[in-house]
Design a binder for this molecule. Structure first.
Ligand SMILES: [Zn+2]
Length: 316
């Protein structure tokens, strides 16, 4: 997690009770290469709520912010048990709570979202960008998206990188820690290899320079209890599900998206495709004045650039 993200977070346990409370940081490890810079990474630590004192861990650079973090660890243990956790307090907490789990990222999912970044090869047809990401990017351009921006259901992260390229400031959240870790891997690695063809006998590095990797962050969080204050984002993307599957109650997720959207924000809700993997259009929901008031659906409504908060989050 990037250190500046800390000031934008709110305790999810308190959000669920209608209260916006910031965290204190109990840091254990900062990435020393970047510790002095604005992009310092918090590698390990606890985020401790200033009110209810709930403690949310940051493990191997990933902030774990579902409301019920113990239940999350109990059901995603297959990912957490593979982590190397140097701090003994965190390691004890993790081992005491990590159960079994089946949170795996199918490799085809990663290939499907990043293979268009393979270098040009005259011997093979170019891989197109995933149609889901093309639709998102078109909707962002048409809507004049600005930051700060949030993608709910970021999966392996490609949409959040597109969001960052359009807005300069994007956060992706997902319940699948395996996918969030993969997204962070793309963000922080020096080289990311993908197979060049179906046989997978050889791999090639994708062109990471084509991704806006400076302006993103990824968190594990519930889609219906987002760990952010009200009115935090000028652009909010709601995918039709996340790495844990379709959202159980899409309306609740939509209302939560509107809570964190600033007045005048661009809120785009991904529709349902007729078939698995089919590209889906985005519905535009206009947020005016008070949060949660839907001014128009599926159109530009009467939102004007003047309605937009000037790219700034209002953090209490
Ligand atoms: Zn709290």
């Amino acid at each position: 997690m990037r250190l500046p993200t800390l000031s934008r977070l709110a305790c999810p346990a308190c959000v669920r009770n209608g209260r916006i409370i910031a965290f204190d940081l109990d840091p254990m490890r900062l990435d020393e290469r970047q510790a002095a810079g604005a992009n310092a990474e918090l590698t390990e630590g606890y985020l401790v709520c200033r009110s209810c004192r709930a403690a949310y861990p940051v493990l191997a650079g990933t902030a774990i912010l579902p409301v019920d973090v113990k239940a999350h660890l109990a059901t995603h243990g297959n990912v957490y048990r593979r982590l190397s956790i140097p701090d003994p307090r965190l390691a004890r907490f993790l081992l005491g709570n990590a159960g079994d789990g089946t949170d795996f990222v199918p490799f085809d999912e990663v290939v499907g979202r990043y293979a268009d970044l393979l270098p040009f090869d005259p011997a093979r047809p170019a891989r197109p960008m995933s149609s889901r990401d093309v639709r998102l990017d078109d909707a962002l351009r048409a809507g004049g998206a600005v930051g700060p921006a949030l993608e709910i259901g970021c999966g392996v992260g490609r949409g959040t990188f597109l969001l960052a390229a359009r807005t300069g400031d994007a956060i992706g959240v997902d319940r699948s820690v395996a996918r969030v870790r993969r997204a962070r891997n793309v963000q922080t690695t020096d080289e990311f290899l993908l197979p060049v063809d179906e046989t997978r006998r050889s791999e090639t590095a994708i062109d990471l320079a084509r991704l806006d990797r400076r302006d993103v962050d990824f968190l594990v969080a519930d889609p219906d209890v987002l760990p952010f204050p009200d009115r935090s984002f000028a652009t909010v993307i709601v995918r039709d599900g996340d790495g844990a599957g379709p959202f159980a109650d899409a309306e609740v997720v939509r209302l939560e998206a509107l809570r964190v959207a600033a007045p005048g924000a661009l809120v785009l809700v991904e529709g349902k495709g007729a078939r698995e993997g089919e590209a889906r259009d985005f519905e535009r929901v206009v947020v005016r004045g008070a949060v949660g008031v839907i001014g128009g659906i599926g159109s530009r409504g009467d939102a004007s650039p003047g309605d937009r908060t000037a790219g700034g989050a209002r953090v209490r």
